[in-house]
Design a protein. Sequence first.
Lengths: 313, 532, 279
Amino acid sequence: MLPVILKRLAATIPVLFVVAVVIFSVLRLTPGDPAAIVAGDGATVQQIEAIRHHMGLDRPIPVQFVTWISDVLRGDFGTSLISGLPVKDMIVDRMGPTIAITLYTVIYTLLISIPVGILAAWRRGKAIDRLVTAGSVLGFSVPVFITAYLLIFLFSMGLGWLPVQGYKPLSDGVWNHLRHLILPVASLSTIYIALMTRFVRTSIIDTLGEDYIRTAHAKGLNEREVLVRHALGNAAVPILTIIGITVTMLIGGVVVTESVFNIPGLGRLVVEAILAKDFTIIQALIVLFSVVDIFVNLVIDVLYRVVDPRIDS
Amino acid sequence: MLRSHDVLKFAGGAALSLSLTMGFGVGARAETTITAVMQAPLRSLDPVITTAYVIRNYGYMIYDTLLSVDAKGEIKPQMLEKWEVSADGKTYTFTLRDGLKWHDGKPVTAADCIASIKRWASQDKMGQVMQSLTTATEKVDDKTFKMTFSTATNIVLRALSKPSSLAAFMMPERVANTSPAEAITESIGSGPFKFVASEYKPGVQAVFVKNQDYVPRAEAPSGMAGGRVVKVDKVRWVAMPDAMTGVNALKNGEIDFIEQAPYDLLPLMKSDSNIQLIASKAQGGQPVMRLNHLLPPFNNKLVRQAAVAAIDQKAIMQADIGDPAYYSTCAALFGCGTTYASTAGADDLVKADPDKAKALLKEAKYDDTPVMIMHPTDFANAGGSFVPVIAQQLRQGGFKVQVQAMDWQTVVTRRAVQKPVAEGGWNIFTTYLSLADISDPLSNYTVAANGTKAWFGWPTSPKIEELRQKFATSADAGELKTIANEVQKLAMDDVVVVPLGEFSVVAAARTSLKGILDAPVPVFWNIEKTGN
Amino acid sequence: MVAQTKLGTFLSSWPTRLALLMIVIVIVMAVFAPWLATHDPRFLDPAVRLRGPSAAHWLGTDSYGRDLYSRIIFGSRVSLLVGSGVLAIAIVFGVLFGALAGYFRSLDSLIMRIMDGVMAIPAILLAIAMVSVSGSSLSTVIVAIAIPEIPRVTRLVRGILLSVRGEPYVEAAVTLGTSPAAILVRHMLPNTVAPLIVQGTYIFAAAVLIEAILSFLGAGIPPEVPSWGNIIADGRTYFQLLPGLVLYPGIVLSLTILTINMVGDTARDALDPKLAGRA
């Protein structure tokens, strides 16, 4: 197992390099100038030039790239061009809400989609299956912000059950924490539940056709045992894959959700940074997101082998 | 393994931020906290190099000023005990009052003030004029300093007391010695609130607590002057990227105050008995259109005048504000109803006259060069939303118009480019100025006309510059008025800047807040909070 | 043929028929927009801003007093343009890179590492960054949405090519000395057509959706261009005053994506049962 993991880790290095090059070149071709932003409305061209020089933005781009990469390798992500605070601190500050939303979304999605998917597969072709299938297509066709506004309209403004916006850390009380996240998680997970349910359903249907399932049936195991023990067990691999594939999608969704519900997480930080041309933050965050994505997929790759030892490298 | 180490670090960070928030608010006594949504989230902390209004507002929380202007427009001492003018009108002696202390406990000294004035004067337009007239600044003793000018002038009083960008905030000497090209990240002032750096999240929240050591003046508050008495324990500024989310949060009592409520959503709040709406002209603004004098076609005065003729203020303000209760058309560069209000030379400004625009363009031999107007799409409140209306009016006036959508930060970057449009330049941009900033020919930096050194758009008019210099040195009220009137006339004729009207700002607050002051800057002293 | 009978049965089901009908409606909206619209979708009339539905403005007006109904009609053009533009770019470059990687072993790892890198960057963030860089315009938005889709097509094409490389008819062509280009075009790429049709519909739907998200976040098509995403972005501030500003374009947008996805599902099940479920 270990050599496989090491090999996979080594393979991530060129991928991360590509990420770094892509994002750095996209950003430095930008006409946006953080110096002008820091200088504000009444500044003159001369004042902006002085600030740009101070930020080091007047140096050649390759020099800036090498400086940045070597700093990052030493664990130094630099300071925000706009606020002057260390990027690392800003990211740590904003990490809590994003971790909470993504974690709850994944848990909630699995809790709903696995049973529903199994049910649909079991009742294949019946009314309930068609309902689930139709519902899932609908689920991933409605944009997350439309779902979010409908939920706010209904549950916050209409019924007054849940807060409109904001985020409370766990330390403010478990219920207080959760009730601020119910609507964001519900909006965000709609798409993933739809996707995952479809996936669970087809995976189970696929495995139900396999020989060993027929054997299990022949051995006289009851329907539930066959479904849960054999079919689900074997469908676990494709289900794991889709979790990995959707990580980057999930991060995209978090950006929108955090903006609608005013949650001070990493998603909003990165959008704000992009709009403010705060290069150091954008670079650090996109690299971070990419690392998370690569890492999650690596973990899943390892889990495959645990779930299904037949797979080798 | 590398990865699990990373994960541990992440988890550690999350736990840290959780415990930080947990640690706070465990006080025994019930605290009063005002949670407010300001016009923009706070992202940087240097009120001297940045003119963004939210940073100015932050400045008034934690810093203090030597002088301030009261509701009647009179200059009053704030940090000062008194000032004295020599018989020849050239030397001013300033004496600090007792009990002034920095937030780190050290006393405020004359040396601190001298260093602060120096840094501020290098950045502020009026400060620069003041600086050019200054011959000496000397410390007399720890509480007294002296400034001498080359001619008799009261510019030092007007400059140090002006309420808005850039206000002359006093900082400790070692902070004030930071180069003006470098943003300060410290927040040690001597003002009525202290900044809680550990709870500051740029773009998300800024927290201020009452400065228990602050000694307010004895006078009642009036405008920016008088006693700055803090009546709550804590003020939290939170960011609200979505306007409607903010309104809903106010209705639900999740926040207490919105500095600039979105005009279109006012009906949703009017019907709510827990919410008070406070319209303020003093904090209002003037949207402006700026033409680039360096590039064709607006390097031709006739074409600029054609643009003015094409503009219709009412339609623009209607699109921008909506409710006529909160806007008016206004042709006065220095604000309507102000000391220096004048509408000289502005006959074409308020109403559109497309035929006149076309005639002027014909006379100018306008060759259908498209004019590029920058459209900030993320700058929702006043300043960008009316760009499509301007574009439509210019087209009706015979212009070829190309609207370029971009985020506000790109506008800010691009407007500093003096090159042709194809090389990243521009023809038109719009923004708005706080009325506190435009009240006279010196503080209104849009009328500066010293070419490439002027504000973006770079108009050249030696005559205007001469008048502004005269305005700086004159102390006679009548003469000042004549000069302002003359500047208005010249600026209109040359189309230095195009004012588009005036609007009031509407603050929305829970009725639990009492004593909100109508000052040119939203301030949090004097506000009480009772119940929810 | 099996595929045809399957296609036949699916076409006979009413949800698929409804889906196709909706797609026809959207295409008709786009093609005949100038005749269907009642107003110039860009004409501003601040005097009548934010009005509810009336005889003059069937669905009301937006915050600039523009006619909502006409904007939604014209919005279909932008959505179809974005969808087909993204699709074309993603397929052309995806097939190109996929073919190079799948046929030439030497290029495989280089191309796939680059694709992995691009895929690791969240698509929406990359798109926002690109639009923010190049300024908002229709073509920028199309390219920005298409780039993250390219690796997905590349992977699909490469995977299929790798799986058919060892097939006897390909081996035979190689021994006969047929040029690589001819082998690719004649023998190998035809295997990718069916999966690409299926993948293509999903890319189309995703493109329409991402355009809306970009506009919603303020990094999309220039706001005066009537796109469904722009209409929603403009209307969201007024959601409680005039829910229709968000709901009407939102419904049209969701229905369009829904029906394209349904057609994609139908095509998948009909053309290649093996692909079922691998959305």
